[in-house]
Design a protein around this ligand. Structure first.
Ligand code: IVH
Length: 664
């Protein structure tokens, strides 16, 4: 599902890169939408569904730590009614009478990153980030530099994991960014990202120089209970010398609960750190135990989020930014205005449709909102009736002048000048030399960036012209004659290479490695493909190819329609001289058949399984339909296996498939 992918992308931006593109409220909305879709269409649930995951899996080079008890998340509420429903649900679950009091704790929801501190016999032995909830990253050395966190505690159980938020105070964040700016370092979007970036450092001396703080809000594994209630347990943790919020209270009815929420909301601007809501937890730990968890969140806890902050100002201009994948994103430039303590002068306008929906024109008065503290957005246009010309979304890329188009049914407008567009240069080059494409050894991202900055690389064809820079390159830092010649030889080795990989390397939208093979199987050479793509019957001819549908056909036509692309392809063909396509598939019983691999494959990767299928002349598909000829099912195969059985499709195990491969 596209939505799940989109969520995963935002997870990575947020967790790995500390550079979120959307507000927390927007993110929450995506997650909700995904959950609703999954509830309606359970067969679409991805194995890596964000509902089953908490944030991105750790990807940095820090060591991994498997949490003794998973680090969970909280469900969100945005209204008083949802808070009331939370308590009612807990009561129903516990079969308590409708008027039975349920005591809760209430405390601020700190906008930091959660961290688990493991104390053994009073000594801090390990600290880990949440990661994906099951596996986090080892940040022990970094955490040892945080003054709020004691290295030793007295009177604690032999084993105690304290959990809480590592955060950066607002004032410290502002000072850090000022220092970063002065030294040309990375500017952080908000205190949370600064805290994350500071904690997840390989070199703990960097962390030590950053003013990080800690507030406990719970615990993980313990060798003996801390207390009978959440409140008393937190007071014990406080007694160990670990900071706990002084806004933590017990509340025993809805009115008290909401009153404390208001109190914290009013204190918000004056608190030294960012908060984005109030967290409620059922106080009695025996009840917490009985309530347990659903998917990723406990039934005994709830995050009551603050509403977004709003302000009104004038839209002074609309600029278009071109992303690394060619997407044109409109950005509104505003007359600067304060929203919740921050001066805002830019808003994301998302896409062409959003501008149309709001009827935005330059000079309009707009209401903007800042939810969480990421990029604000326009929620309302206050001057729709003024006699002004409508804003016309560009139909050409502002970076390279190529045509910019939206695919049918898509809201995003994209630059079609992929091969020559400077905004997309690095991504395109990376893709062109990648393993599945031209597979040029020794041309990693670092070298590409270096050559781009020297102006040696603008488009993929320049790779085959690098030899002209041999002498200049030798002697640059990190390059010697041997390594330069090795690189040039690796490039030369790709002259006369497989045309399907060449085609895949062009990065035409929707033309993946398999589709590229299908196209080359049908047309033999890239020249012939281009001829067909420019003919009057292009869409029909391309759609006729096995494995190619209307969307791919249109993308190929759009690509070759762009003169810049044709020019670059011509140069590439002259230099790289791809061979004519030779099918590596054999004629076997499986030729032309469609195979679906599902469940866990135990002896090979999914890519390898696909390659095996292709070598036997078969196609590997992602979903089971009446057209499927075989399903290879490993452990954990779910809905696809069920569907195969319903449709009477042949099913085999991985072992049987391997025997088939060996015998074919
Ligand atoms: S309790 C099992 N209390 O919010 C639930 N979490 O959205 C454990 N957070 O992962 C979380 N302040 O990183 C709790 N007072 C607080 C919190 C808090 C911030 C974070 C925490 C958690 C996330 C859930």
């Amino acid at each position: 599902m596209r939505l799940a992918k989109e969520i995963a992308r935002h997870d990575r931006l947020y967790h790995d890169r500390d550079e979120p593109e959307i507000s927390d409220a927007d993110y929450d909305a995506l997650v909700r939408e995904n959950r609703e879709l999954e509830a309606r269409f359970p067969h679409l649930v991805r194995k890596d569904s964000p509902s089953a995951r908490l944030g991105a899996a750790p990807t940095s080079s820090l060591a991994k730590v498997t949490h003794a008890r998973p680090m969970l998340s909280l469900d969100n509420a945005f209204s008083d009614a949802e808070v009331e429903e939370f308590v009612a649900r807990a009561r129903r679950f516990l079969s308590l009478p409708a008027d039975a009091p349920v005591v809760l704790t209430a405390e601020p929801k700190i906008d930091g990153l959660s961290c688990s501190l493991r104390y053994e016999n009073g000594a801090l032995v390990q600290a880990a980030t949440r990661g994906d909830g099951a596996v986090g990253e080892d940040v022990t050395a970094n955490v040892r530099t945080i003054a709020d966190i004691p290295q030793r505690i007295d009177g604690a159980p032999a084993l105690l994991e304290v959990r809480g938020e590592v955060y950066m105070a607002k004032a410290d964040f502002a000072a850090l960014n000022a220092r970063q700016e002065a030294s040309g370092g990375k500017i952080f979007a908000n205190p949370r990202n600064a805290a994350a970036g500071s904690l997840r450092q390989k070199d703990a001396s960097v962390t030590a120089a950053r003013p990080l703080r800690f507030l406990a809000h719970g615990w993980g594994e313990v060798s003996e209970p801390l207390a009978d209630t959440q409140y008393d347990a937190m007071k014990r943790i406080e007694g160990f010398g670990i900071p706990v919020s002084d806004l933590l209270v017990r509340v025993d009815n809805l009115a008290h609960t909401l009153a404390h929420y208001s109190k914290i909301e009013h204190a918000r601007a004056d608190l030294p750190f960012d908060i984005d809501g109030v967290v409620y937890k059922v106080d009695r730990l025996d009840l917490q135990e009985r309530l347990g968890f659903v998917a990723r969140a406990p039934r005994w806890g709830l995050a009551h989020k603050f509403p977004a902050e709003k302000a009104e100002t004038t839209l002074e201009a609309i600029d278009i930014q071109v992303g690394r994948t060619g997407k044109l994103t409109p950005v509104g430039r505003l007359k600067p205005v304060g929203v919740g303590g921050v001066i805002v002068s830019n808003v994301t306008l998302h896409n062409r449709d959003e501008i149309a929906r709001l009827g935005l024109r330059i000079g309009d008065r707009v209401r903007i909102q800042r939810a969480g503290d990421v990029i604000p957005q326009v929620v309302e246009n206050r001057t729709r009736d003024a006699p002004r010309d409508p804003y016309v979304f560009p139909d050409h890329c502002p970076e390279c002048g190529s045509e910019a188009v939206a695919e049918e049914g898509e809201v995003d407008v994209r630059c079609t000048g992929g091969l020559i567009c400077p905004a997309q240069r690095l991504e395109r080059l990376k893709h062109f030399v990648s393993r599945g494409a031209m597979d040029i050894d020794g041309l990693g991202e670092k070298s590409l960036v270096e050559f781009i900055s020297l102006d040696w690389l603008k488009a993929p064809s320049d790779i085959f012209r690098l030899k002209a820079h041999r002498d200049q390159l030798i002697g640059r830092e990190g390059w010697q004659a041997v390594s330069v010649d090795k690189l040039l030889a690796a490039i030369d080795a790709r002259i006369g290479f497989d045309p399907a990989r060449f085609l895949f390397g062009l990065g035409i939208r929707h033309v993946g490695a398999v589709t590229a093979k299908d196209l080359m199987k049908a047309f033999g050479t890239v020249e012939e493909l281009e001829r067909v793509a420019r003919s009057d019957s292009a869409i029909a001819d391309l759609s006729n190819v096995e494995g190619v549908g209307g969307v791919v056909a249109q993308a190929v036509v759009d690509f070759f329609h762009e003169p810049h692309n044709r020019e670059e392809v011509a140069q590439l063909l002259a230099l790289a001289k791809p061979a004519a396509y030779v099918s590596t598939a054999r004629e076997t019983e499986w030729s032309g058949k469609t195979i679906v691999f599902t469940g866990t494959l135990e002896t090979m990767s999914r890519d390898e399984a696909k390659a095996q299928a292709e070598r036997l002349g078969a196609r590997a598909a992602g979903s089971v339909s009446a057209k499927t000829d075989l399903v290879v099912a490993g452990p954990g195969a779910g809905s696809k296996l069920k569907k195969a059985e319903e449709l009477g499709i042949r099913v085999m195990s991985e072992g049987e498939w391997l025997a088939e491969v060996a015998n074919s």
